[in-house]
Design a protein around this ligand. Structure first.
Ligand SMILES: Nc1nc(=O)c2c([nH]1)NC[C@@H]1CN(c3ccc(C(=O)N[C@@H](CCC(=O)O)C(=O)O)cc3)C=[N+]21
Length: 385
């Protein structure tokens, strides 16, 4: 649920840091980042990047006020160091954390498990999706979920209701799915039309089938030590899965989550804390979010504000997980816009050690985690494993 729609309420309040028309506006001074090229293998790239020193030089240096001779010497000295460094090191951009490829890997694992399950017990997992209204993005997401279900052997059930349907009608469908043993997971596509009571509707989904993990009981358990939630919300779960699969250590690290939505920011912070990170949540009322974010070894952004997090917010070597999927006007694209993250990728990828792209980062992982949650709901329902 990386969507702009899901997080836009907090997003607008960050307005002052918003980017210029082509994504990230250029700074007046130039920051050069020089890093040792890291190895491609996952855990190793981190070891390397942690050992890396980052050298920054800004063209608006105060050195110009030094006496001339001193300045010349300094300049000469700096140039020597620069030349040596250039010989020894090459500028690198961060390792790309490939959510699309990782999601595919996970789908294959899930497909294999489902096929075994069908063989041994005859059980076929089922996921029901309820879509209300005509939002184009929602229709696309639902279509993608359906395709993903088919690709792994989950049977999908879909109900599409009109924008002006009654809450009662939605509740009836939920109740029918709750009672249907062929349906193991139920997802109500968000956002719902604004006149509807989202809480009432989400509360109607029985907890054993709440594959989105949105029920307060689930979140409560997620927040408590020694308790296990039935389901972990898909997007934050996808973020942590990426960190695990790329060998990023979390225990004892400083993590900053930007955004505090019920569906991404807050559960992401809880999950990181469960993984023994020291977690800070930065939100629209936070003073000096930039300085706080710069302390973090791991940054997860979920604000729904295109390119809000600039390179200067990122500690050199940090790992950046960008949950934002924001439409950004671009007439050169066939649909008139392209998708950009909450993070200015161009800048941050020169400073971070690893970063997720948008698209192709957290988005596909959200869907993979939905399939994973549906599989575990099925196993639980039939007492398998
Ligand atoms: N009850 C509910 N559960 C959700 O999980 C949920 C929801 N409502 N409402 C909307 C958000 C949004 N969301 C996304 C899932 C996948 C991509 C995704 O795969 N994105 C591709 C790009 C897709 C494209 O190109 O349009 C990517 O980032 O690479 C994006 C967004 C799930 N959501």
């Amino acid at each position: 649920m990386a969507s702009a729609a899901a997080t836009s309420s907090t997003a607008t309040m960050f307005g002052t840091a918003a980017a210029a028309s082509d994504g990230c506006s250029r700074r007046v001074f130039v920051t050069t980042t020089v890093q040792v090229r890291a190895s491609r293998s996952s855990p190793a790239f981190l070891r390397t990047s942690r050992a890396i020193k980052t050298y920054s030089s800004c063209s608006n240096s105060s050195v110009v006020n030094e006496p001339r001779v001193g300045f010349c010497f300094l300049e000469f000295y700096c140039n020597c160091i620069k030349t040596r460094l250039t010989a020894l090191v090459t500028e690198v951009s961060a390792k790309v954390i490939d959510g699309k490829a990782t999601a595919k890997e996970i789908r294959e694992e899930i497909a294999a498990e489902i096929s075994k399950m069908k063989e041994s017990s005859g059980v076929v997992p089922g996921l029901a999706v309820i879509l209300v209204g005509e939002r184009k993005d929602s229709a696309t997401y639902v279509r993608n979920k359906k395709k993903a279900c088919e690709s792994v052997g989950i049977k999908s059930y879909e109900v599409h209701l009109a924008e002006d349907c009654s809450e009662q009608e939605i509740l009836q469908h939920i109740s029918a799915f709750n009672d249907d043993p062929a349906v193991n997971g139920i997802l109500v596509q968000l956002p719902l039309p604004s006149n509807m009571n989202e809480q009432n509707i989400l509360n109607a989904v029985c907890i054993e089938k709440d594959v989105d993990g949105f029920s307060p009981l689930n979140i409560g358990r997620l927040a408590m030590r020694d308790r296990e939630p039935l389901f972990v919300p898909c997007t934050p779960k996808g973020c942590i899965e990426l960190l695990h699969r790329y060998g990023v250590p979390i225990k004892g690290k400083r993590a900053v989550v930007i955004g505090r939505s019920n569906i991404v920011g807050m559960p992401a912070a809880l999950l990181l804390q469960r993984e023994d990170a020291t977690v800070t949540v930065v939100h629209s009322r936070t003073k000096n979010p930039e300085a706080i974010t710069r302390e973090a070894d791991i940054v997860i952004t979920a604000v729904g504000q295109p390119n809000m997090v600039r390179g200067s917010w990122i500690k050199p070597g940090a790992v950046v997980i960008d949950v934002g999927i924001n439409p950004f006007e671009d007439t050169s694209c066939s649909r008139g816009y392209r998708l950009v993250g909450d993070v200015c990728y161009e800048e941050a990828s020169k400073i971070a050690s690893a970063i997720t792209p948008v698209p192709g980062g957290v988005g596909p992982m959200t869907i993979a985690m939905l399939l994973s949650n549906t599989l575990s709901a099925t196993k639980r329902a039939y007492n398998l494993e």
